[in-house]
Design a protein around this ligand. Structure first.
Ligand code: NAP
Length: 263
């Protein structure tokens, strides 16, 4: 029988959150601090991170950085561990969605999106997995999206970057289980942030506030298990559509997309 996978707790070390300057990442930093963690908050906007750290100077620490910088991330994560001790829990959340992708497929937009969502996540994973495997202890959660389940017509670039993250998390969770590192993937629906505020053409059903999302995500860290998915209505619908044969899938997607279009 396989032993239970590791779940971090504040006494094991600090938490690391990428994409912490706004939206879901910022709310998760605050929620983790509420739950007793010291948190290293990372993103590019240094002023926003410092303002966040000032709300709890003994618990939240600003570490400005860019996830696209492979060497810079390795140095940053080593610096965090030197300053604050081992990272027990990492929430890899930095991401972007370029609304302009609706206007047509463009390889430059693929490069821009993948550089943050896929390569940026990999740049954090690399040093974190190495450090955690060496200690034989760590928990890493990757923020993908329900958009990664099915090829949505408005989301060829963003959605496919999230599909890559789901795949990566699935594979790594099996590769690193024996090394004592727990991998989780987070697939959620609409949360009110700067990212979803761009959307004017489609309804965003079951949209929730970032604080509510942060509570569900942090409950998921504590509960363990591979996937943290919400809301259940969109999760069930996405999983159902994913399981259909293509002809039925495309028919149902046409119907759903047309219904979601704003008049
Ligand atoms: N909102 C939703 O409905 C929704 C649904 C599913 C999944 N998600 C995912 O949730 C995550 C957070 O998004 P959000 O909705 O909270 O939007 P957001 O407020 O725009 O947050 C995005 C975060 O990513 C950071 N970021 C972007 N590029 C970066 C880079 N190169 N290096 C470091 N950090 C970078 C941003 O900080 P800086 O600009 O300061 O660098 C910001 O803190 C994303 O991965 C997104 O795909 C969101």
């Amino acid at each position: 029988m396989s032993k239970k996978s590791y779940r971090a707790k504040p006494s094991d070390g600090i938490a690391f959150v990428s994409g912490a300057s706004s939206g879901i990442g910022r709310a998760v930093v605050i929620e983790l601090a509420e739950r007793g963690y010291s948190v290293a908050a990372m993103a590019r906007r240094a002023d926003d991170l410092r303002e966040l750290a000032a709300t709890r100077p003994a618990q939240i620490f600003a570490y400005p950085g860019d996830v696209r910088d492979t060497a810079g991330n390795r140095t940053l994560i080593a610096q965090i561990e030197k300053d604050q001790g081992p990272i027990a829990l990492a929430f890899l959340n930095a991401g972007l969605s370029l609304h302009v992708e609706r206007e047509g497929f463009d390889a430059a937009l693929v490069a821009q999106t993948y550089a943050v969502n896929v390569q940026g996540t990999a740049n954090c994973l690399d040093p974190l997995l190495a450090a955690m495997a060496q200690r034989h202890r760590g928990q890493i959660a990757i923020n993908a999206s329900l958009a990664g389940y099915n090829g949505l017509p408005s989301s060829a670039i963003y959605g496919s970057s999230k599909a890559a993250l789901i795949y990566m998390a699935e594979a790594l969770s099996q590769m690193y289980r024996e090394a004592g590192v727990t991998l989780q993937v987070i697939n959620h629906g609409f949360v009110r942030t700067a990212m979803t505020d761009q959307e004017k053409d489609f309804a965003q059903p079951y949209k929730i506030e970032p604080e509510a999302a942060a509570k569900i995500i942090c409950d998921g860290f504590e509960r363990g298990g591979f996937e943290i998915a919400f809301p259940w209505q969109l999760t069930a619908l996405s999983k159902f559509i994913r399981a259909l044969p293509y002809a039925a899938k495309f028919k149902l997607m046409d119907y759903a997309v047309n219904r979601a279009k704003k008049p």
